[in-house]
Write a protein that binds this ligand. Structure first.
Ligand code: NAD
Length: 277
């Protein structure tokens, strides 16, 4: 490990599973102390117990749609670790690629409210709760974005719109919080995580990991240039370390690093132009 985050204090929303947990554990390995925020105490307690150094990991139960709970998570981080250097806004849900044409008006309205309140408002409120402490430390915000922040069909209409909104939020905040606080994003591609669907579509118990489990040896590869690259969230964490480190990325703000196997350079006829190489 690089030790790029030696002495840092970070807060990761949705840190109890998936990419949030992987980032929290990687930050710990890089020398940081980390607060993980999630909805279930049992899950968070297990992650802390299983971590490499439970003394440098703190769990706070909070729903990211609630500003008071987020403010409390920031306050507990400062109380426990003395400061806050990095906010990773990450907690989110997916819409399982539900098209507009497959939603009733009522479903659309309810699903919009639920997904936007977690994926978008949750990021707004986390930034609101953290910015004062981040000004003090000249810290930064790193947002989990998505290939769906740039391209279509990585989600359905509601998820894609929510992740595009997060890209706009990231860029506007990079302006509004400069020069004291940097704001960047990591636009992840497909990862084998516990990503859930919205309660309003009764998809809260559906997990993306089940879709990965169904993919057998003979299944076609995903239509992305690096179609044999890892889907383990731990292999997506390096960009989060780089963007959190003020020594390594001091002049970078308002940027999204795409970590998605090259979806943005996908061709028309085949996903990869070099399969014959
Ligand atoms: P995950 O379900 O494993 O992790 C998300 C975590 O957020 C869970 O622990 C969940 O309990 C928590 N969470 C959800 N709603 C919350 C709320 N209201 N308050 C507090 N915690 C809440 O899934 P993941 O894939 O690791 O998702 C993390 C982020 O990554 C999301 O923003 C998602 O959109 C994004 N993302 C995922 C993929 C992928 O393929 N898995 C691709 C691109 C982007």
């Amino acid at each position: 490990m690089s030790g790029w985050l030696e002495g840092y204090a970070a807060l990761v929303t949705g840190g109890g599973s998936g990419i949030g947990r992987a980032v929290a554990e990687r930050y710990l390995a890089e020398g940081a102390s980390v607060t993980i925020v999630g909805r279930t105490a049992e899950q968070l307690t297990r992650v802390v117990a299983e971590s490499a150094d439970p003394g440098r990991m703190h769990a706070v139960v909070a729903d990211t749609r609630d500003s008071e709970q987020l403010r409390n998570a920031v306050a507990e981080t400062v109380e426990r670790f003395g400061k806050l250097d990095t906010l990773v806004a990450n907690a989110g849900v997916w819409d399982y690629q539900r098209h507009l044409t497959r939603l009733t008006a009522r479903e659309l309205g309810n699903t919009f409210d639920e997904i936007f309140s977690i994926n978008v408002k949750g990021y707004f409120l986390a930034a609101e709760a953290a910015w004062r402490e981040l000004v003090r430390t000249r810290g930064s915000i790193v947002m989990t974005l998505s290939n769906a922040s740039f391209d279509v069909n990585g989600g359905g209409v509601v998820y894609t719109a929510s992740k595009h909104a997060c890209l706009g939020l990231m860029r506007e905040l990079a302006y509004e919080l400069a020069p004291k606080v940097r704001v960047n994003g990591v636009a992840c591609g497909g990862m084998n995580t516990d990503l859930r669907g919205p309660e309003t579509l009764a998809m809260q118990n559906r997990s993306l990991s089940a879709s990965f489990a169904k993919r057998g040896a003979g299944s076609p590869p995903p239509p992305i240039p690096l179609h044999d690259s890892s889907t383990d969230p731990r292999d997506f964490t390096a960009a989060y370390v780089l963007l959190a480190s003020r020594e390594q990325s001091g002049p970078i703000t308002g940027e999204a690093i795409r970590v998605d196997g090259g979806i943005g350079v996908r061709g028309f006829h085949t996903s990869a132009g070099g399969d014959h190489l």
